[in-house]
Write a protein that binds this ligand. Structure first.
Ligand code: AMP
Ligand code: ZN
Length: 116
């Protein structure tokens, strides 16, 4: 798989072709503020490598992808979140709109039990 995808909005952000509020960055991931926030704090954790969906992670990428489970607590500290919700939408039926894998981190308000 290509490292970058030419027409992908998140690939354009990491190459600074379009602007976003980047709130965290390391070798393998970057995090931005969601442009259409669904909570007072709504962040996206995005691998720098272009991976279309959660279904498209290669065997070789799984070690790097542990970042998905390391970064939320860093963001929680940075944004002073006592709790938060993480979401990964997959494919149209899962509500995915941007086909570059990302994890939503939502916080700053009381989350409800219903995930729908
Ligand atoms: P999903 O439905 O899981 O694919 O979520 C895509 C998210 O990306 C949505 O919450 C959008 O608001 C967000 N988004 C789309 N374009 C941008 C952008 N240029 N900067 C920040 N967030 C964006
Ligand atoms: Zn991409």
């Amino acid at each position: 798989m290509e490292q970058f995808s030419k027409n992908c909005i998140f690939c354009k952000i990491i190459r600074h072709d379009i602007h976003a509020d980047i709130v965290y960055e390391d070798n393998d991931f970057f995090c931005i503020k969601d442009i259409n926030p669904k909570a007072p704090v709504h962040l996206l954790i995005i691998p720098k490598k272009h991976i279309a969906t959660l279904n498209d992670i290669d065997e070789d990428d799984f070690l790097v992808m542990t970042g998905f489970f390391k970064i939320p607590k860093l963001l929680a500290k940075q944004f002073n979140l006592a709790g938060y919700r993480t979401v990964i939408n997959v494919n149209p039926e899962g509500g995915q709109e941007v086909y570059h894998l990302h994890m939503h981190v939502l916080g700053g308000r009381q989350m409800k039990g219903d995930l729908g």
